[in-house]
Ligand binder design. Structure first.
Ligand code: ZN
Ligand code: ZN
Length: 395
């Protein structure tokens, strides 16, 4: 049950958005959108589980019969209509039926027989109102959408990305608490990296040990990047058999989830001796990170935050080596809106949470990145990670 009304408020906010944009309904498959709206972490099976929010009717969940007990137990949103289907039923036809059920006045304006644009006879023989827009969550498999389209006559399908980002990108107090909590959990792992990372071990060995440390205070390990020596110039390097040696720069970017919310944090380490040319570049990187964090406050655009980091690296001659955006939103997903990217006119608002992670990558030589998660507060910024950002030289 939705004890403190969290899920009800989220659905209300979404319904307002649907009404404002004239969309009839939104449909999402298992994933973070479905969990955000209902509390249900449904399994992504070949048998579809689909949550439907109509602008003018109750929320409905279409689910396989064998998931009924779990759905009843785990859906926290109140007053959800549960429509279960058996092994021989057509879940997509059922979903289209549910989408077309409506209690609002629009539904009573039956299509006229003499107006070909007002209605159509669908495959299943029912009259379908023309032109109703259904927003589809981006985590729905293409195969499901193709099945729905085949059965849905004149419904118009479009992306739910903007509507979901609109409601999800400002975190409520409980979400902020969970993000701060999981940030502390990953801080604790980075604080122990100097015990794990040393010359003579392979990236894979270090990554395995870090994964075990992440698991101590997270529910899942989402990714472990250990990129040593020349591999540190590849931002998403997969840890491999390379043996770490004296004089390596090592980028360690790690994250997991706790109570559904994600951590994501990067520090760069050096083994024994700082590589030639690295120290000055790292000083510029630290300044770029600090400039971007300092730029974060309500009313500023995401593009301006990206520019703050980029200007510092440009001045240091590292502009071309900063090959990615400055950051990404984080919450139930590791990467979600808002995107802290050049040219973005998204205006920051209190409750938005995202990474600040400038880097430089010099192919064949080395690279570095500093990444923290920040939250926009009513008058500025709260940095959720708290491990020093100075270059750590491991003896
Ligand atoms: Zn990140
Ligand atoms: Zn990261």
């Amino acid at each position: 049950m939705d004890g403190n009304g969290t899920y009800g408020r989220r659905v209300d906010a979404l319904r307002s958005r649907l009404t404002a944009t004239g969309a009839h309904a939104l449909i999402v498959a298992p994933g973070s959108d479905l969990a955000y709206l209902s509390g249900y972490h449904a399994l992504p099976l070949e048998r579809p589980t689909l949550l439907i929010v109509r602008s003018d009717g109750p929320v409905a969940l279409v689910a396989p019969l064998l998931e009924r007990a779990r759905a009843r137990e785990e859906v926290l949103l109140d007053d959800v209509e549960l429509h279960c289907y058996g092994e021989l039923d057509d879940p997509f036809a059922l979903t289209v039926d549910v989408l077309l059920q409506s209690t609002g006045p629009f539904d009573h304006a039956a299509p006229r027989r003499d107006d070909h644009d007002a209605g159509a006879v669908g495959e299943r023989g029912g009259a379908q109102p023309a032109g109703r827009e259904v927003l589809v969550g981006e985590q729905m498999w293409a195969g499901f959408l193709l099945q729905l389209q085949k059965r849905s006559g004149l419904l118009r399908w479009s992306s739910a990305s903007a509507a979901m980002a609109h409601v999800r990108r400002r975190k409520d107090d409980e979400e902020l608490r969970l993000l701060a909590r999981v940030a502390l959990a990953i801080d604790a792992v980075h604080a122990r990296v100097p015990d794990v990372l040393r010359a003579g071990r392979t990236e894979r060995e270090v990554a395995d040990e870090l994964a075990a440390l992440i698991r101590e205070d997270h529910d899942t390990v989402d990714f472990v990047i250990v990129a040593s020596g020349p591999n540190s110039a590849s931002p998403h390097h997969e840890p491999g058999p390379r043996t770490i040696v004296h004089g390596d720069a090592v980028v360690v970017d790690i994250g997991g989830s706790r109570d559904g919310y994600r951590s994501d944090m990067t520090r760069t380490y050096v083994i024994g001796e700082v590589p030639e040319g690295f120290a000055d570049a790292y000083v510029a990187l630290q300044a770029a990170h600090a400039a971007a964090v300092a730029a974060v406050r309500p009313g500023v655009t995401a593009g301006a935050v990206d520019a703050a980091a980029r200007e510092v690296l440009d001045r240091a001659g590292l502009g071309d080596a900063f090959v990615h955006r400055t950051g990404h939103g984080i919450g139930l997903d590791t990467h979600e809106a808002p995107w802290i990217v050049a040219g973005s006119d998204v205006v920051l608002e209190p409750g938005m949470t995202f990474s600040i992670e400038p880097g430089f990558y010099l192919e064949g030589r080395h690279g570095a990145r500093i990444e923290d998660i920040v939250a926009v507060t009513p008058d500025g910024v709260d940095v959720l990670n708290d491990v020093p950002r100075d270059l750590v030289v491991i003896a």
